[in-house]
Design a protein around this ligand. Structure first.
Ligand code: BEZ
Ligand code: FE2
Length: 409
């Protein structure tokens, strides 16, 4: 048994409880008790450590990122979704050359240093499977399904099966196979049906980019605009949408998906997402760069969504640090009290990220029975702790995953 303590423990439970001079008593599998450090010191302990002038939080979950785009630093066009997507298609191959592995490794190390212990990796090609399976991170490995061309569907189905099979070899307490649907505009109906069937039968977590842009909305509503031209230019096809927004959502019944972005969803659609027991993941910096928009947070909270925050990939961001992400959100959503918002943002990368998850991982709260995954930050403040953590921390002083201190570098 181990005991780790600090001046403040942010439990990240629903009421954002804080324990002063608190301790976490744990073994490799789970937290056994959380209480005042002094009280826990009387228990049977193999090793103990108290971090002076520090704060401990559950370590962070970055539930939506694209590690395979780790090499981007300036090749893609920002400020207009259509121009960005065009630039992704044009530059994709050059972003995935032989130095990609090194770049992915570098970004994993940086994430660990910034207090992230769990990621949702959207894998478009499977290039990231090994590097992630061999990392200390917990990983929801989202095999991404994309493809609009009818002729390609049999090949894409085969490839999906093969990727799921490969991924299953790595399944462990830290590595969880999952499926991502790229979006309602980019997946052929037959392929979608197949992917959803696998997700249902295997009870896999499911993620989808959903209503990220005005362009997507216009295409799904009217079959017109940027995407009409896009399919003509890149696929030489006079396509019509595979789904209406409603018929796409109907297909997700019973799957409790993660909806990523939902920037342009209306009230009815949000209600439908709620009924599907969907979770909303917001990536504010990506949304600003690609769509000049931010998720209306008050509307989400008022509709009962515990919004999860993530960074998206380096294809639409300048770092994969959640502390950077939350700092931007803290400045951007100026209608809230700063400490209240800071707490909600922290919950969005801890507690909310793991609520009712399909993999049965009890994480994101410092609580008995939960995994001993936590981060220690140097911080000398005595009040507005959530706010000061987001404002003043760049890196964690220490990170524990499964009760073990991660040594990176
Ligand atoms: C496709 O691969 O079919 C596709 C990719 C991006 C956007 C739309 C379709
Ligand atoms: Fe994304």
């Amino acid at each position: 048994m181990y005991l780790v303590g600090a001046d403040f423990l942010l439990l990240c439970d629903d009421s954002f409880s804080i324990i002063e001079k608190g301790g976490i008593y744990f073994d490799d599998n789970e937290i056994i008790a959380v209480d005042k450090y002094e009280k826990l010191e009387s228990l049977r302990i193999r090793e103990k450590k108290y971090y002076e002038n520090c704060v401990i939080t559950p370590s962070f979950a970055n539930l939506h990122t694209h590690l395979e785009f780790s090499k981007n630093n300036g090749k893609l066009h920002y400020g207009n979704f259509g121009k960005w997507l065009d630039s992704v298609i044009v530059n994709r191959d050059s972003l995935m050359d032989s130095t990609l592995e090194e770049a992915m490794q570098r970004e994993i190390t940086k994430m660990l240093k910034s207090g992230i212990s769990c990621i949702g990796a959207i894998s478009s090609y499977g290039y990231d499977v090994e590097v992630l399976a061999n990392s200390p991170l917990r990983v929801l490995f989202f095999n991404e399904v994309i493809g609009s061309k009818e002729e390609a569907v049999p090949f894409l189905e085969q490839s999906l099966n093969a990727r799921i099979k490969e991924c299953a070899q790595y399944q462990s307490k830290r590595f969880f196979p999952a499926i991502a649907i790229h979006s309602p505009y980019s997946v052929h109906e037959t392929l979608l049906n197949k992917a959803l069937e696998i997700a249902k039968v295997e009870e896999l977590p499911l993620s989808v980019h959903f209503l990220e842009s005005k362009e997507e909305r216009e295409w799904l509503d009217n079959g017109s605009g940027y995407f009409k031209d896009f399919f003509k230019r890149f696929f030489n096809s006079d396509m019509t949408p595979f789904f209406s927004i409603e018929s796409f959502l109907d297909k997700l019944e019973g799957l409790n998906p993660y909806f990523v972005h939902t920037l342009f969803a209306n009230d009815n659609e949000l209600e439908r997402i709620k009924k599907l027991n969907g979770k909303i993941i917001s990536c504010p910096r990506s949304n600003r760069l690609l769509n000049n928009a931010l998720l209306p947070l008050s509307k989400m909270y008022n509709n009962g969504f515990d919004v999860i925050f993530a960074t998206d990939g380096l294809s639409s961001n300048d770092s994969l640090s959640l502390l950077d992400e939350l700092k931007m959100a803290l400045y951007a959503y100026s209608e809230y009290d700063v400490e209240y918002l800071a707490q909600k943002l922290l919950l969005g990368v801890t507690n909310y990220a793991f609520k009712d998850n399909k993999i049965g991982l009890k994480a994101g709260i410092l609580k008995q029975g939960y995994v001993p995954d936590f981060a220690v930050f140097k911080l000398e403040c005595k009040e507005q702790i959530a706010l000061n953590l987001i404002l003043n921390s760049k890196e964690a002083l220490a990170l524990y995953i499964g009760g073990i201190k991660v040594e990176h570098e």
